[in-house]
Design a protein around this ligand. Sequence first.
Ligand code: ASP
Length: 321
Amino acid sequence: MSLNKTGIAVHGGAGTILKSSMTPDKEISYKNGLKEAVLIGWEVIRNNGTALDAVEKTVQSLEDNPLFNAGKGSVFTNEGKHSMDASIMDGKTLKAGCVSSVSNIKNPVLLARKIMDESDFVLLSGKGAEEFAKIHGLEFESDEYFYNEYRFQQYQKALKENKYQLDHSEDSSGKLSFLSDEKKFGTVGAVALDNFGNLAACTSTGGMTNTKFGRIGDTPIIGAGTYANNKTCAVSCTGDGEFFIRTVAAYNVSSLVELKGLSLEDACREVVHRTLKNTGGEGGLIAIDKNGNIVMSFNSEGMYRAFTKNGKDIEIKIYKD
Ligand code: ASP
């Protein structure tokens, strides 16, 4: 396969992202974070690495960036902890690794990959997953590493108002309302196609501020938040997790391509602008197909997103066109 078919796309969350609530400096920081992530993944592909390694490294860089709600930038749960989820899927083998509700793991994406590569399981959670991480030598970080003053204030306010907050969007009912004008967004994901025709997808999140009851969203659920299949496409989602689970959003895109013969663009439009929208789900997804077509589709105000097909022409966008 020639390099012009290959590509990598990333997202850093979708939601009510308005230019009016963004400072120029902040916009630059987000764009730089997305650009860096895309280039890290592209470097892997350019050097004949696998799509799987590319999405893993890309998401790792976004997890290390406190701007995004994943890894270091994860939001606070009701107990004042960080509860992170991640998943990775290999389109060649249909193998997948997922982790849910872990704390103090520096890079949940690396743990998801370890689960995929070195266990007989797909999804591990909580203390058991942390034990698995220890056995496999994954890096742990202190609570201080994950501390972020802004996130802490978000959490304090959410506690006081007894609200939970998806790091995304505003609901007129107040159910998912934002807690300040300076809104933060952030679940991250990547999809890639390598030189060998392999597709891979990966997603990582810090979940919801003030979340309770061990709530788990779509991110660590294969078929909902993440899916990859060499026969069709690779997909990573972001948005109201409950709706992405109920509509099996990521797999839905793949099956529309596979079974209905839709183009990637039409399949993504169907899922994001019809299925999800009609159910009330807000958010978006990024996808790449086996021919290197890239689609970044969302039904919210914006989505942090970027892609490259050749490492030079990098497209980075935040708002609607
Ligand atoms: N989908 C994630 C969840 O529901 C949140 C997000 O995309 O920001 O946990």
